[in-house]
Design a protein around this ligand. Structure first.
Ligand code: GDP
Length: 364
């Protein structure tokens, strides 16, 4: 069975008006996306799908009406970008277990208790009070025992719904669970969620309850939607990130490939710690040369995006910040972040139009 990488729906090529339709030619691609997700992705990029996608909303409402444990997965490398805002409004009184995936990407120096504290605090600021917080690497199998115990403890015999936006590693997580819970793959069934056209994966548990894998929702603010597949490989970290430290003078600029840019305007000489995929090239220049360099070198020295993709790439837009707190991250959603240790820096961050940039208390 082939599933859409966007929403998880079963792909069909017969009826264009029915859910899951993809043109037959699309089946030749490595990753298949249904026409609906394709349209959402390409023609509606700025719309916040988590609030407009009917089926997704119905699923969330459905969860709110059932008595269940909700397991919410976020990508710890793209915490804010993968957050799924507003979830708590839909899931009713059901407890939420917050799971940060891809912990293997963070430097070894990052300590678990501190990371968990940070997640709890950030969740609270975003309006969510999780019953528990776990850190895992679904692909490396780190923390799986602990998260399984937490699920077992908090579900107390009830069903479990796993939610998360695309690319957080939900499928990898579910596959691990299936392996560990059942030891085999054949027990998975799919079922329609009441009132929606999307089907979801059901993993039956011994006591008659089940774990439900809900379709992942596309988050259009993610950088991933603005680069092609090869470039996505460059910007998606696969191994532990080695932070790069830059001592910057006032009026110096850092380019992160051709995808983002940080201008350091004012605040004396200071260090900036950059957390990006190790493969992403960081280029330093003088602020006065930055515009011209970008014009001339994007797609060349400054890539990704690659040369043949430069014209389709959205323009960079600027966001100005004054760093007021010590240990602050400037986050380029889905790409990485820069930590500024002392307050008082004036900076301007540039990201492609449609991608979020924000300031937060340092993760590490
Ligand atoms: P889904 O869209 O949420 O179902 O995500 P997938 O399970 O398809 O994973 C998305 C990407 O993240 C894939 O490239 C996975 O290999 C990768 N991934 C999943 N789990 C981990 C993890 O624990 N660590 C790292 N570094 N990558 C992961």
């Amino acid at each position: 069975m082939i599933r859409c990488i966007g929403c998880g729906v079963q792909i069909q090529t017969e009826d264009e008006n029915k859910i899951g339709y993809a043109p037959p030619a699309a089946l030749e691609k490595e990753e298949i996306i249904c026409q609906r997700c394709f349209r959402l992705k390409h023609y509606n990029v700025i719309q916040d799908v988590s609030l407009t996608d009917d089926d997704f909303l119905k699923i969330l409402h459905g969860i709110g009406q059932s008595d269940a444990l909700v397991v919410k997965i976020v990508d710890i490398f793209d915490f804010n970008g993968s957050w799924l805002p507003g979830l708590h409004r839909f899931v009713g009184n059901n407890p939420i277990l917050l799971v940060g995936n891809k912990v293997d990407l963070l430097p070894k120096s990052a300590k678990y208790p501190k990371l968990i504290q940070w997640m709890k605090k950030s969740a609270k600021e975003l309006g969510l009070q999780p019953i528990d917080v776990c850190l895992i690497s679904a692909s490396k199998g780190i923390g799986m025992k602990r998260v399984m115990e937490a699920i077992e403890q908090h579900r107390s015999g009830k069903d479990v719904y796993v939610v998360g936006c695309t690319n957080v590693g939900k499928s990898t997580f579910i596959n691990r669970i299936i392996q560990e819970v059942t030891g085999e793959r054949s027990v998975i069934t799919t079922s329609y969620f009441l009132g929606t056209t999307l089907d979801i994966i059901e993993i039956p548990l011994d006591d008659g309850a089940a774990i439900y894998d809900t379709p992942g929702i596309i988050n259009h603010h993610q950088m991933a939607h603005f680069v092609d597949k090869k470039d996505l490989k460059t910007i998606t970290p696969k191994r532990e990130i080695h932070p790069k430290v830059y001592q910057l003078n006032e009026r110096q600029t850092l380019f992160f490939g051709g995808l983002a840019r940080l201008d350091y305007i004012k605040g004396g000489r200071r260090s900036f710690v950059c957390y990006f995929a190790n493969e992403l090239l960081i280029h330093r220049t003088k602020l006065e040369n930055a515009d011209e360099l970008y014009e001339k070198q994007r797609g060349e020295l400054l890539q990704p995006p690659k040369k043949n993709y430069v014209d389709e790439f959205p323009p960079l837009v600027s966001h100005s910040f004054t760093i007021k707190e010590p240990k602050t991250d400037i986050v380029f959603s889905g790409l990485g972040w820069v930590t500024c240790n002392e307050p008082g820096a004036q900076i301007v961050a540039y990201v492609p139009k449609g991608v979020n940039v924000l300031i937060r208390k340092s993760l590490i």
